[in-house]
Design a protein around this ligand. Structure first.
Ligand code: ZN
Ligand code: ZN
Length: 350
């Protein structure tokens, strides 16, 4: 039963959160805040633990977006940086973070790929700043106060695809858990399901590899059993998110940084509130949940649909061809002049 006392506590917290919206950082009291930063096509997740410790997981491309976002929050100290893997859309922005913030240490994966990837600017930056670098594989763990951080991947030392070397983290605070997967793909997901099946179950899942069908396999999604999923992506030429993944998250609460900007979750370990940043930099409440293990909506999440609707075809300026949702060419079109409803799909390119 939902007790009055709990309701009073929830209300007080919501008032406090509302009071600081758009004014300052979300850190206060016993609240864990997780920011899924809109860095365009790439990943960057900023964690503010209830005890004030901070962790930054990836920083997107070297476009300064993660750096500027942290500055806008008034952050000065990043206790731990986690570089999930060495692709530029994850570590490109990290040298800027190391140069502009007081960074405690950096964690990188203890795994490689058949085609090793180096990111020289990052290693130089680590060296120049005398930063302590720790290599993590599955089994590593630390506490950020009352928040536990467990590393569930990588489980091997060598992968065909560097995306599979990604550090995968599970953050747990009270009854609320986040699974943050970097670009871990099928091979790593299979290992996690085989080795850590009982640990994968999480409320909130950061969808792997920007919604590519190389991740989010059915077995993995079933083991994680999320209720809320977050896609970190921007304009891209890979057709992310792929339709197979989009279908796999149907019925879940879906959040997307390409459509909603930065997405922020705050939790006291029992309830969850979510916000996005709007165009003028203010925060907008999106949805709230209570009864964390089996979340109920207090406020329903917004319906997030793909930007292109099924059963609608889109024509280019030249109007020689038209395309429908799911067509490989659709996301690549820069100008979509006309939407023509209710045209059958028989002539649609595919
Ligand atoms: Zn990658
Ligand atoms: Zn990536």
């Amino acid at each position: 039963m939902f007790q009055k006392r709990n309701f009073a506590r929830l209300s007080l917290k919501m008032i406090l959160i509302t009071a600081i919206l758009g004014i300052t950082s979300f850190v206060f009291g016993d609240i864990l805040t997780v920011h899924f930063i809109d860095v365009g096509q790439g990943d960057s997740i900023f964690v503010q633990a209830p005890d004030g410790q901070t962790m930054l997981i990836d920083a997107g491309l070297s476009n300064g977006k993660a750096e500027n976002y942290l500055k806008s929050l008034g952050v000065e100290i990043v206790d731990i940086i986690v570089a999930t893997h060495l692709h530029a859309d994850h570590v490109g922005g990290l040298p800027g973070i190391i140069e502009n913030f007081n960074v405690g240490q950096i964690v990188t994966p203890q795994a490689d790929s058949i085609k090793p990837t180096t990111y020289k600017r990052l290693s130089k930056s680590i060296e120049d700043h005398g930063l302590q670098e720790t290599k993590w594989k599955a089994g590593a763990a630390l506490d950020l106060g009352d928040v536990t951080v467990e590393c569930l991947a990588p489980n091997s030392e060598l992968y065909k695809n560097i995306n599979d070397s990604s550090i995968v983290l599970k953050l747990t605070y009270g009854e609320v858990s986040f699974l943050l997967t970097g670009d871990a793909s099928k091979d790593s997901e299979k290992e996690m399901v085989d080795i850590h099946k009982d640990s994968l179950d999480s409320n909130i899942l950061k969808i792997g590899h920007h919604g590519s069908s190389s991740s989010s396999t059915a077995a993995f999604m079933e083991a994680v059993n999320p209720q809320i999923v977050v896609f970190l992506l921007g304009d891209n030429t890979y057709d992310h998110p792929h339709e197979e993944v989009w279908d796999r998250v149907s019925g879940l609460a879906v959040f997307r940084t390409d459509l909603q900007d930065t997405i922020i979750f705050t939790t006291d370990g029992e309830t969850i509130n979510s916000y996005s940043t709007s165009e003028n930099g203010q925060y907008v409440e999106l949805a709230s949940y209570r009864g964390a293990r089996r979340l109920d909506f207090v406020t329903a999440p917004p319906a997030v649909t793909q930007p292109f609707a099924r059963n609608t075809v889109y024509m280019t300026k030249a109007a020689k061809t038209y395309h429908r949702c799911g067509c490989r060419n659709l996301n690549r079109l820069s100008i979509l002049l006309n939407r023509i409803q209710s045209i059958g799909c028989s002539r649609v390119c595919r």
